[in-house]
Design a protein around this ligand. Structure first.
Ligand SMILES: [Zn+2]
Length: 115
């Protein structure tokens, strides 16, 4: 159990910080810092947690609960990913990666931890 909880944190932080760094280094080699910042800036989407009470609840799934984490919002991000270019597209990719991170945080780990 302890091991799984540590692994959950490791996966969470890797998806939030490590994966954007890998993407920036692999696909934006000469401008990796800018690409990394654009990807990381998509985490501002978590500002919608400020509207919720309590701010953080480990037993609540962000996806489908917070306005910027709603399914229509995710559909919008996906559409923007398809119809934008350059760093805008990268920003929407960051948003979708964020949603995947939050999604696996809840469903995958609740399943593995048998919650
Ligand atoms: Zn989130």
């Amino acid at each position: 159990m302890e091991f799984l909880l540590s692994l959950k944190s490791l996966v969470h932080y890797f998806l939030h910080f490590g994966l954007p760094l890998v993407i920036a280094l692999l696909f934006y080699r000469s401008e990796w810092k800018k690409a990394f910042l654009v990807l990381i800036s998509s985490m501002l989407v978590d500002l919608d947690h400020l509207l919720a009470t309590p701010l953080f609840d480990p037993n609540r799934n962000s996806i489908g609960f917070h306005p910027l984490h709603s399914y229509p919002a995710i559909g919008f991000y996906f559409g923007c990913l398809l119809f934008t270019k350059g760093y805008y597209r990268l920003f929407f990719l960051g948003l979708l990666l964020h949603m995947i991170t939050d999604f696996q945080d809840f469903y995958l780990w609740n399943f593995l931890l048998k919650k």
